[in-house]
Design a protein around this ligand. Structure first.
Ligand code: LRH
Ligand code: MN
Length: 432
């Protein structure tokens, strides 16, 4: 099989040629349809083209569950190879210029070299992620009974030091945020003092907060359960918001879509965090039951649309202190991670575009008149608009592919990686 570099501009341009005529025709037809609704398609396309989402470095390898992991072909073997795959995703979609690293999974003794390698691939770095939910070989103190909230001050200090290490690494890389997710909690009633555990969290995170450079933000990520199955210290947006407001103006709440009970109204949580001026960002993915980390928009695309509807409302209202960091956080157990990450980035753009084509003035009028049906219909009409021509035009306008998955598959990149990245694929269990 011939190999072409899917990151090569000429390769992408030649892959786009067969799509040019139909793309223009579809785009113009949608433009006419939207113009009748008072929506300027070029304005929507510009906003979609400016949309960016960070790739989770842990997402370009095949993920797994506690029952097993079935490695794919040509997996990246280190953070440098992970960035090469991230560059394929960005070149073909034009939407993922940054990567979010996870330490120690991406630890290297050459962060400057990593920064240069990324720059050479046209990539930068988004939020750093700390990891005090696993014990590392040779680690003095275990996180079995918690980390930042452990009853032993020495364990808490070890966890704080790790987070400060992540900040230092991120500062070299040009990152400007630290995401703190901890699995700390209890499996049984009585196991921990719920109030004191939260106080220990505030004490530990205050030490991390103090170490943040002036222009950095700290993202607090809540999660209902897992690995703790009775009580999680930062279990919901309320705990996260209280912590952020206690820590200071650089602390914000991060919403991972998979970290809520089924049917929780996540768009309402987003609206409240925007009101509180504490919406730090998202870990986008999708789920049917638990924290399934499935591809964004693959299970509940209407819910994703409703989240972006809140973001568009905030954007149009020029909400104060509003600058959410968008990231994907997924586990690709049965698909090629590059394909899943490309299509997931595009599903976010789709939800954004659908929210942008909603007739806001008309919606406002129906709401003011309490015309319930027409309010719901007017919002839904955004979701039922096929915005694919806008998404393709936005990609092509940034040098991306009209059809990223086809361009990727035709390049033979994965088969090539299988040749150039031999070596043991450890089946094992766990998400990475
Ligand atoms: C926890 C989580 C967190 C990451 C991890 C990989 O479930 O969402 O954001 O650190 O996944
Ligand atoms: Mn997450």
């Amino acid at each position: 099989m011939a190999f072409a570099d899917p990151r090569d501009a000429n390769y992408i341009a030649s892959a786009n040629k067969p799509h040019a005529a139909t793309l223009t025709a579809d785009y113009n037809a949608l433009g006419l349809q939207l113009a009748r609704r008072g929506v300027d398609i070029d304005d929507v396309t510009r906003r979609v083209a400016a949309f960016k989402v960070a790739i989770p470095s842990w997402g370009v390898g095949t993920g797994g569950t506690r029952f097993g992991r079935f490695p794919g072909l040509g997996e990246p073997r280190n953070v440098f190879e992970k960035l090469e795959d991230c560059a394929v995703i960005h070149r073909l979609t034009g939407a993922t210029p940054t990567v979010s690293l996870h330490i120690p999974w991406d630890r290297t003794d050459d962060y400057l070299g990593l920064r240069e390698h990324a720059a050479g691939l046209g990539l930068g770095f988004d939020a750093m992620n700390s990891n005090t939910f696993q014990d590392q070989p040779g680690q003095p103190l275990s996180y079995k009974f918690g980390s930042l909230t452990h009853t032993d001050a020495a364990v808490r200090a070890q966890a704080v030091a790790h987070n400060i290490e992540c900040i230092k690494a991120g500062a070299i890389l040009g990152s400007r945020a630290l995401t703190v997710w901890i699995g700390d909690g209890a499996n049984f009633p009585g196991q921990s003092h719920l109030g004191k555990a939260f106080e220990r969290y505030l004490e530990s995170t205050a030490s991390i907060y103090k170490a943040l450079p002036a222009d950095w933000r700290m993202f607090i990520e809540h999660k209902m359960y897992e690995p703790a199955f009775y009580a999680t210290v930062i279990q919901d947006w309320g705990s996260s918001l209280m912590a952020a407001q206690t820590l200071g103006p650089k602390a914000f709440c991060l919403v991972d879509l998979g970290h809520h009970a089924p049917n929780v109204n996540i768009e309402m949580i987003v609206a409240r965090l925007i009101h509180a001026q504490r919406l730090g960002g998202f870990h986008f993915n999708d789920s049917k039951y638990g924290d399934d980390d499935l591809d964004a928009g693959s299970i509940e695309p209407f819910r994703l649309f409703l989240v972006f509807n809140e973001l568009v409302e905030a954007e149009l209202a020029k909400a104060p202190n509003y600058n959410p960091a968008h990231m994907l956080d997924q586990s690709h157990n049965v698909t090629d991670p590059i394909e899943s990450l490309m299509t997931s980035a595009i599903e976010l753009q789709r939800a954004y575009a659908q929210a942008l084509v909603v007739e806001r003035t008309r919606l406002g009028e129906y709401r003011a008149a309490n015309d319930v049906l027409m309010s719901a219909q007017t919002l839904k009409r955004g979701f039922t608009t096929d915005v694919a021509p806008i998404l393709a035009q936005a990609r092509v306008s940034k040098g991306g592919a009209a059809d990223p998955v086809a361009a990727y598959r035709d390049s033979g990149y994965r088969a090539r990686c299988a040749q150039t990245r031999p070596g043991k694929q450890n089946p094992g269990g766990g998400i990475v």
